[in-house]
Design a protein around this ligand. Structure first.
Ligand SMILES: [Zn+2]
Length: 99
């Protein structure tokens, strides 16, 4: 479903539609906003439906973060190991310069 335009939709804006109950929302998003996050709005579900399903409200911000962070597939133990190896080195360096 995604978005549509109805008589009350302002020029240059689109009205999101809930993918679960099909209701038109009472607020609008800019056309650019939709084009930027088309995948998000096309599967967007309203807060009421999310609450009925016991899920959190869908967040555009969270969706964008997910998309711009490909490191999510990285195994967490490797990351912790790299941080542990780097930290003492950095402390030693600053200590040496200041004294
Ligand atoms: Zn809904």
């Amino acid at each position: 479903m995604g978005v549509h335009r109805h008589r009350g939709t302002p020029l240059g804006a689109l009205t999101p539609i809930c993918n679960a109950c099909g209701v038109s929302l009472c607020w609008d998003i800019a056309v650019e906003e939709y084009e930027e996050a088309r995948e998000f709005w096309d599967r967007w579900v309203c807060q009421d439906c999310r609450e009925d399903a016991g899920q959190e409200r869908m967040s555009l911000k969270g969706w964008k973060q997910e998309r711009t962070a490909p490191a999510v597939t990285e195994p967490p133990p490797a990351r912790t190991y790299a941080l542990k190896g780097m930290r003492p080195k950095a402390i030693q360096q600053t200590d040496g310069k200041r004294r």
